[in-house]
Design a protein around this ligand. Structure first.
Ligand code: PCA
Length: 188
């Protein structure tokens, strides 16, 4: 049995809910060969990544998968790329509002997922649910945590992935959870 740290984000932007929490809390404790360790993290630049790295190290997890909400999308979208860019259109939950700052000074411009993103997206559609590979996690806190984790766990003995999910008014959380379960089930 391997352990997967799976994170969801608190609500942000003045909203009362975040679809990532609703979906992650609906996931079973075990999927295939994986035991899930669920954690809710703040929508705060850097802090979200720091908490996740601390938890991943303390629990000695085998992989890390972060889930965030992407309002306006109508599919569950595993993310292939993280950019070394912070640009916030709205402040994060601590009032940070970076405009074109690097995530990691001197870091590579972009990092690729170390989970099998295409296979995960294909598993979602094979389950009859809306899924697609995404090539941009944006430039807000979701992209920030993704880049920081990929940078930190450069040796992909701890694979890292990110999946954006639609808002609750677009996709029911049971469906979103089923899509996440299908994506996790293909992990080795
Ligand atoms: N979505 C935001 C941050 C938290 C979340 O759920 C994003 O896409 O960056």
């Amino acid at each position: 049995m391997k352990t997967l740290l799976i994170t969801a984000f608190e609500p942000f932007g003045g909203e009362a809910v975040n679809a990532s929490i609703e979906a992650v809390t609906r996931l079973p404790e075990h999927i295939g060969n994986w035991k899930l360790m669920k954690k809710i993290i703040p929508v705060v630049f850097r802090e979200a990544a720091e908490q996740t790295i601390t938890m991943a190290e303390a629990l000695e997890v085998d992989a890390v998968l972060c889930i965030g909400q992407a309002a306006g999308r109508n599919k569950v979208t595993p993310e292939l790329v993280a950019l070394n860019l912070q640009y916030a259109a709205i402040p994060d939950n601590m009032g940070n509002c970076p405009k074109d700052s690097p995530v990691v000074k001197g870091g590579e411009n972009a990092l690729f997922a170390t989970m099998p993103i295409r296979t995960m997206a294909a598993a979602i559609t094979a389950a009859g649910l809306p899924g697609a590979v995404s090539y941009s996690a944006g430039s807000y806190v979701c992209n920030d945590i993704y880049y920081e984790l990929l940078h930190y766990f450069k040796n992909p003995s701890v694979p890292v992935g990110f999946i954006h999910v639609p808002a609750l008014n677009t996709m029911a959380s049971e469906q979103t959870a089923a899509a996440l379960e299908a994506a996790i089930a293909v992990l080795d």
